[in-house]
Design a protein around this ligand. Structure first.
Ligand code: SF4
Length: 245
């Protein structure tokens, strides 16, 4: 199934109406957003958002973080998974930004991926959210959903990214990660996608749609709304608490 630009636009419009909020880690300028995205790898957004206010109070900018020791950073983030490795990455990232980039988070993908803990996905989130640059952040959700819908036919996220960059109009690049991460987390889930509640199923080429509404459908739907609302409250708290930092 090949998809048209018009269909892409319709799908993105529908999903952005349903998922209006920015990504959970869009919490301020490039430094804060980069730190949030590095910490959110394989960790629930809620857990990261809860620790960010204190972290940014202690390390308000990249220079202060570069002056910290790894063990100090560890003690600030030890409520999340892989905190030891993430603390090492944050320290190394801050050192590199201070030494090689004059204290400024780079605004291009080639330099961003040189930083510890930063892959193409993380770099793309920062480019789109903080520098308004066209980029498509492909994580496991974006990769799965766009393959299921028939937009791409790829085995690895890197190929999904290059296919999507050709396929999706530049003005819509920022929407891809924002809407498909939430859509993949709540509706087009890995096993047994919830096609019965999918607002874009008429545009989807997936051959094994799960269209039967389950008995607990109402519960599932209200839980999605509750989780999204809770996440947005936490994200706004981080923005509010950290606005003067
Ligand atoms: S119809 Fe099903 S498989 Fe297709 S995008 Fe929607 S939830 Fe995913």
């Amino acid at each position: 199934m090949s998809v048209t630009k018009l269909e892409i636009e319709k799908v993105l419009k529908k999903l952005s109406e349903q998922f209006k909020n920015p990504g959970g880690m869009v919490v301020g300028g490039p430094y804060k957003t980069l730190v949030g995205v590095i910490l959110s790898a394989r960790t629930r957004d809620e857990q990261v958002l809860k620790l960010l206010p204190n972290l940014f109070k202690v390390y308000p900018n990249v220079e202060v973080m570069a002056d910290a020791s790894v063990s100090e950073i560890q003690s600030m983030i030890n409520t999340i998974g892989m905190y030891k490795q993430k603390a090492k990455n944050l320290k190394k990232m801050a050192d590199t930004v201070v030494k090689d980039f004059n204290g400024k988070i780079p605004d291009n993908i080639d330099d961003l991926v040189l930083l510890a803990g930063v892959g193409r996905k993380t770099a793309s989130v920062v480019l789109v959210a903080c520098f308004n640059k066209p980029a498509i952040a492909v994580d496991t959700h974006v990769h799965r959903v766009t393959n299921r819908m028939g937009w791409v036919n790829t085995k690895i996220p890197l190929h999904t990214e290059s296919s999507l960059l050709k396929l999706v109009p530049k003005k819509s690049h920022d929407l891809i990660n924002r809407v498909f991460v939430k859509f993949g987390r709540y509706i087009c889930i890995p096993s047994k996608p919830r096609c019965w509640m999918c607002p874009v199923k008429q545009y989807c080429g997936f051959g094994d749609k799960n269209t039967i509404r389950p008995k607990d459908a109402n519960l599932i739907e209200s839980d999605i709304i509750r989780r999204e609302e809770e996440l947005e409250v936490l994200r706004k708290e981080v923005l509010y608490i950290c606005q003067d930092i």
